[in-house]
Design a protein around this ligand. Structure first.
Ligand SMILES: Nc1nc(=O)c2c([nH]1)NC[C@@H]1CN(c3ccc(C(=O)N[C@@H](CCC(=O)O)C(=O)O)cc3)C=[N+]21
Length: 323
């Protein structure tokens, strides 16, 4: 059997259309919106993501303020920059790109962000609200995983509630920005959730845990970690990994944490890299920025959350169609 490919680009396009409508509605109501990003140093994946956000903000006509700080920036200087963005009325969302250099204390930096502008939910107030199941902002990468899953379930005619209730979700990787939020989102859907990381791989073997997963979310940051032998035949596999790999021709291409070809020959469905989780992430971040703009205008969270688009078309292709 070959896996269905879950098309992140198609999903992102639909989400972007509804985001355009959300931004237009904000304008019609006379509310301002703006996104600020802070990049420290010039790490490959954060500058790549920053460029995507810049382009999307530009396409949507959302004012965008990029801040670039040198890799050796002092913590106080970084805190001062966040203070300015907190105080700036034209900025509704603030994203601090990861990773931060090791000499700055991430938890101090994240605590300095105005919780209503914290579109990645890194401030402890927002991380706590998410863990309690009442999120203000859902962090964009974990949100993308579940938005892809929800959309895929709609497209194959599975009832979401029924599917998640009898579902074992295994999350590989325990990072604060992906693994932990993904676990909270799994709980919220009343799935059974388990969490493993590469230590399980080094000790008892990761397959002992991952083979039973109905949904396998892989966010370990390790290229090719998950192979066919690690997944069950009915598994839906969501690959969060963004790794650079140098091919025989010397060119660097992007690959995920999942060994694509082998898993595609076994699993039920799979997100590709590129073209899977990534493209939904930046649209989700701008969506959170709309929510922030509404919260800053004094709206309650129930009013501030944009509606999600309903999946109308099947956003999946077969492996044959892709190649
Ligand atoms: N606080 C924080 N939050 C993040 O979410 C965050 C971060 N820091 N630091 C850097 C990483 C990296 N990241 C990417 C998101 C989407 C694509 C993406 O959409 N990539 C396209 C590929 C585009 C191409 O082919 O070049 C795709 O997957 O199809 C890539 C990278 C978010 N990150």
């Amino acid at each position: 059997m070959s896996a269905q490919i879950i098309d992140g680009r198609a999903c992102a396009r639909t989400l972007k259309q509804s985001l355009e409508a959300d931004v237009a509605r904000l304008r019609a109501e006379g509310l301002g919106i703006g996104l600020a990003t802070v990049v420290v140093g010039d790490e490959y994946s954060s500058t790549a993501y920053e460029r995507r956000l810049r382009r999307l903000a530009d396409e949507l006509g959302v004012p965008y303020s990029p801040r670039e700080l040198p890799a050796d920036v002092g913590q106080d200087e970084l805190l001062a920059c966040i203070g300015e963005l907190n105080a700036e009325p034209s900025v509704s969302g603030i994203l601090i790109l990861r990773p931060l250099p090791s000499h700055v204390d991430e938890s101090v930096v994240f605590r300095a962000i105005d919780p209503c502008k914290d579109v990645e939910a890194v401030h402890p107030d927002n991380a706590g609200l998410l863990a309690l199941g009442v999120p203000r902002f859902v962090p964009s990468t974990a949100a993308s995983c579940f938005h892809l899953l929800d959309t895929w379930l709609d497209s194959v005619g599975e009832d979401r509630a029924e599917f998640y209730h009898r579902c074992l979700i295994v999350v590989v990787g325990r990072s604060n920005n992906v693994g932990k939020p993904a676990i909270s989102l799994g709980y919220e859907r009343q799935a059974t959730v388990s969490s493993v990381d590469e230590w399980a791989d080094r000790t008892t073997g990761i397959g002992r845990h991952t083979r039973w997963a109905d949904v396998l979310i892989v966010a370990a940051g390790k290229a090719g970690l998950i192979k066919a032998e690690h997944v069950g035949e009915n598994a839906v596999v969501i690959d969060v990994g963004i790794n650079g790999a140098t091919g025989r021709d010397g060119k660097v291409r992007m690959i995920g944490d999942v060994d694509y070809d082998s898993v595609a020959s076994r699993a039920r469905a799979l997100t590709p890299v590129p073209g899977g989780v990534g493209p939904v992430t930046d649209v989700w971040l701008l969506r959170n920025t709309v929510t922030a703009a509404r919260l800053l205008a004094g709206q309650r969270i129930e009013q501030a959350l944009p509606a999600l688009p309903v999946a109308r078309t099947a956003q999946v292709r077969t492996l044959q169609e892709k190649s």
